[in-house]
Ligand binder design. Structure first.
Ligand code: WQD
Length: 322
């Protein structure tokens, strides 16, 4: 199989690329390399392209035909929630516009298989112990809105011309499957805490007075390698004639609090650092945890790693980089 992976040079995309390569698929990566790194890609074909550019449909069409692409994993997107609030037009242009161009190129070249990188940000602030995919989506920022629109676009293409698609709603992704594929951006809790330790600063905990067991926010942390495996399971699912679902939560089904994450980092690093409790961060749902029964039952996928493995692998990657 020849698979086009958009955003394949990114933290998550590069894990998908490596798993596809390891199982013998041919991989073509399309990335604008704004945050992606070429050295993550091994011998995968690399195409430098912003999916929202005016010539994107044409270039994608050329790539699809030249490499005999039969399926697409679409991860290329802007993904910073705060930035999306400041620059909504850019998020719509890149995430929605890029998706429209991709779908046009797929349609024009009869590529009918798509795994779409969606997000738990589509849910917004659900007040339930575990989120099921059928819950009404009420995103609370442009980032989450663009991901939900992406799901709608895929559904409309399925109706219009028979696209086969799977939307994967990622929960909180962390860890590293290989040390050279670490999350190098300092945007999420685990890399932020590592950066603080490295600089001798006390990591901040945004709020310890939530109505959660220890007062800090709870999230469903999923190992990036498990998440990458879910993409392969979803690709295989698209080959089936009988398909009942299109949208899948990707998490572990187990929530961990910010304090629990920090305790695991203390254990993994052997460093007993101080923390600073800060005010709550605007827009943080107190509790966000996946119900994973659908993906287990339908794709036969289940996360193999828990929080300890996530933190151990992230720290091993961090230590090997420095
Ligand atoms: C995790 C927890 C913070 C930093 C975001 C997006 C989501 C997805 C993943 C996509 C929260 C707390 C954090 C810090 C802290 N995005 N925290 N101190 O907000 O759950 O999810 O990233 O690509 O759509 O919303 O992730 O890693 O920012 O925070 O206490 O310095 O850690 O309050 O409870 P979040 P996060």
């Amino acid at each position: 199989m020849s698979v086009l992976v958009t955003g394949g040079a990114g933290y998550i995309g590069s894990h998908v690329v490596r798993l596809l390569q390891n199982r013998g698929d041919e991989v073509v990566v399309v990335d604008d390399f704004s945050t992606g790194l070429a050295e993550r890609l091994g011998d995968a074909t690399q195409i430098h392209l912003n999916l929202a550019s005016t010539d994107a449909v044409e270039v994608l069409g050329d790539v699809i035909r030249e490499y005999g692409v039969t399926a697409v994993v679409h991860l290329a997107a802007r993904k910073q929630v705060g930035q999306s609030v400041e620059q909504p037009e850019e998020y719509y242009r890149q995430n929605v516009g890029g998706m429209a161009n991709l779908l046009s190129a797929m349609r024009e070249n009869s590529v009918d298989r798509l795994v779409f990188s969606s997000s738990a940000a589509t849910y917004g602030m659900p007040d339930v112990p575990a989120v099921t995919e059928d819950l009404e989506c009420r995103p609370i920022n442009p980032y989450g809105e663009t991901k939900l629109i992406g799901e709608w676009m895929a559904a409309d293409s399925a109706r219009a011309w028979g696209l086969r698609h799977a939307n994967l709603r990622y929960f909180n992704v962390a860890g590293a499957g290989w040390p050279d594929l670490a999350d190098t951006a300092v945007l999420n809790l685990v890399p932020i805490v590592f950066a603080a330790i490295r600089d001798g600063r006390a990591p901040k905990v945004f709020g310890d007075d939530y109505a959660t067991p220890d007062g800090s926010c709870v999230r469903d942390y999923v190992h990036v390698l498990d998440l990458a495996e879910a993409h392969l399971a979803a690709l295989d699912y698209l080959d089936r004639d009988e398909r009942t679902e299109t949208t899948f939560n990707v998490g572990t089904g187990t929530g961990s609090s910010v304090f629990e994450v920090i305790d695991q980092i203390r254990r993994a690093t052997g460093q007993d650092f101080e923390i600073e409790v800060s005010p709550r961060r605007a827009g943080d749902p107190p509790y966000l945890c996946a119900d994973v029964s659908r993906i287990e039952a339908t794709l036969g996928w289940k996360a193999k790693n828990g929080l300890a493995e996530i933190i151990d692998s992230a720290w091993a990657a961090e230590a090997s980089a420095s």
